[in-house]
Design a binder for this molecule. Structure first.
Ligand SMILES: *Cc1c(COP(=O)(O)O)cnc(C)c1O
Length: 376
C-alpha cells in the first residue's frame, strides 16, 4: 500500500467496498518497466483498469494502448490518446467495430484466423496487422488456455495472405498468460517467433515487430521475479533469436502497471463457524467474486489481506463474499489465516488489487452495487 493510499484511507475512510488507487504509482510502474526494457514500446492493456485518471496519466507519459473493444478504443481517444498509439488487440472483433476503429484512425489490428483477416482486409484496408500465435502458459497463475492464437504454421500462411490482401503484414504477437512467474515462458515463445520471422523472410514477407504481450507479475502472497530480471531474460532471448537485427518490440502490460497501485477496502460482515468445535472460521466480506474479485476463480490469484489486528494470534479461515451464490467463496483451499480477534464491522484491506477488479464487478447481483473508485 502506498503512503498516499494509506493517508486517504485514514483521513477519508471512504465507504466500503471501494478501490483506492495511487495514480503516481501507476507512473512509477510505467517508468520501472521502461527502464527494464528500454527498447520496448508500452501498449497498456486497458482492460486491467480503464479508469480515466489512469488512462490520462499514461497518455501524458507517452504510452500507447492495447484495446480489446471499440469501447476501449473510444476510452483511449477520450483520454487524449492519438489513434496511431492504439492497437486493436482482440483477435475476435465485430466487423462494425473494426470499421469504426479504422474510421477513428486506428491502424494496428490483431488477428489469429483467416475469417478475421478477411474482415480486416475489407474494413481496415492497408492497416498494419499482426498474427497472434499459441504459446505455452506454464507458470502463469491466470493462464489463457487455447482461446486465442493459432499454430505457427497457420500464422505463416496467414501473414503471406495478409500481404496479398493489401494489408501490411507487420508482426507476430503472443501472450504467455497473466501473472506469469517464469521467464522461461517468454524465452520459449521468443525462440518460436524468431524461427517464424526467418521462415517468412524466405517466403518474401519481412516482418518488423514482435509483440510480447502481457503477463508481467505483481507480488501478492508470494515473491515474483523482479521486473529487471524479466527484462534481462527477454532481451537475452531476443538477442539469441534475432542477433543484432532486432525488430520493433511491443509489450502490453496490464497488471504490472496498475496492480500494486491500488487496494480494495472492505468490511467484515460476519465471522462465524459451522460447528462449535470447528477450527475454521468463515469470514464474509462486503466484496466477493461478483463484486469484482473474479480472479479468485479457482483460487488462481491469491490476494494478501491487511486487518486492524495483524500480528495478533491467528487461525485458519475460509473467506467468502456477501452474495447468496455458493460460488461466491473466495478462498477455501489456499491456507488463509486471519487474526482470531477479527469481527463484524472491522475494515479489511485487499492489497495490490488495482488490476482486474473494478470492471469485473456485477451491476447489482443480490442488489449489491459495484464498488466505488477513488483515484488519488
Ligand atoms: C490481458 C492482456 C494483456 C495484459 O496482461 P497482463 O497479464 O495484465 O499484463 C496483454 N495482452 C493481451 C492480448 C491481453 O489479452
Amino acid at each position: 500500500m502506498t503512503p498516499k493510499v494509506a493517508r486517504y484511507l485514514r483521513d477519508v475512510a471512504p465507504a466500503t467496498p471501494c478501490l483506492v488507487l495511487d495514480v503516481d504509482r501507476v507512473e512509477e510502474n510505467y517508468r520501472r518497466l521502461m527502464a527494464a526494457m528500454p527498447l520496448a514500446r508500452v501498449y497498456y492493456a486497458v482492460k486491467a483498469n480503464p479508469a480515466v485518471p489512469v488512462l490520462t496519466r499514461l497518455v501524458g507519459l507517452g504510452s500507447s494502448f492495447d484495446a480489446a473493444s471499440l469501447e476501449e478504443v473510444e476510452a483511449c481517444l477520450a483520454a487524449g490518446a492519438r489513434p496511431e498509439a492504439i492497437s486493436f488487440g482482440n483477435t475476435v472483433k465485430k466487423e462494425s467495430a473494426i470499421r469504426a476503429a479504422y474510421a477513428a484512425g486506428v491502424r494496428m489490428f490483431a488477428f489469429d484466423s483467416e475469417p478475421e483477416l478477411l474482415k480486416l482486409a475489407r474494413s481496415a484496408p492497408g492497416a498494419r496487422v499482426y498474427c497472434r500465435i499459441l504459446v505455452g502458459n506454464d507458470g502463469a497463475e491466470w493462464p489463457l488456455s487455447r482461446k486465442f492464437g493459432c499454430e505457427v504454421e497457420m500464422a505463416k500462411a496467414l501473414m503471406v495472405q495478409a500481404g496479398r490482401l493489401g494489408l501490411d503484414p507487420y508482426g507476430i504477437s503472443f501472450h504467455v498468460g497473466s501473472q506469469q512467474t517464469r521467464t522461461a515462458a517468454y524465452e520459449a515463445a521468443i525462440a518460436r517467433v524468431g524461427m517464424l520471422f526467418t521462415d517468412l523472410r524466405e517466403a518474401g514477407v519481412n516482418l518488423r515487430m514482435v509483440n510480447l504481450g502481457g503477463g508481467y507479475p505483481v507480488r501478492y502472497r508470494s515473491e515474483v521475479p523482479a521486473i529487471d530480471a524479466i527484462g534481462d531474460a527477454i532481451m537475452g532471448a531476443m538477442a539469441r533469436a534475432f542477433g543484432n537485427a532486432l525488430p520493433e518490440l511491443v509489450i502490453e502490460p496490464g497488471r504490472f502497471i496498475v496492480g500494486d497501485a491500488g487496494i480494495v477496502s472492505a468490511e467484515v460482515v460476519l465471522v462465524s463457524r459451522k460447528a462449535e468445535d470447528d477450527p475454521v472460521r468463515w469470514v464474509y466480506l462486503d466484496i466477493g467474486r461478483f463484486g469484482g474479485l473474479a480472479e479468485t476463480e479457482g483460487e488462481a490469484i491469491k490476494y494478501a489481506f491487511r486487518t486492524p489486528h495483524d500480528g495478533d494470534a491467528d487461525g485458519p479461515v475460509t473467506i467468502a463474499g456477501p452474495t447468496c451464490d455458493s460460488t461466491d467463496t473466495l478462498y477455501e483451499k489456499s491456507n488463509y489465516r486471519l487474526p482470531l480477534a477479527l469481527e463484524s464491522g472491522d475494515r479489511i484491506e485487499l492489497l495490490s488489487t488495482g488490476a482486474y477488479v473494478t470492471t469485473y464487478a456485477s451491476q447489482a447481483f443480490n442488489g449489491f452495487r459495484p464498488l466505488t473508485e477513488h483515484y488519488v
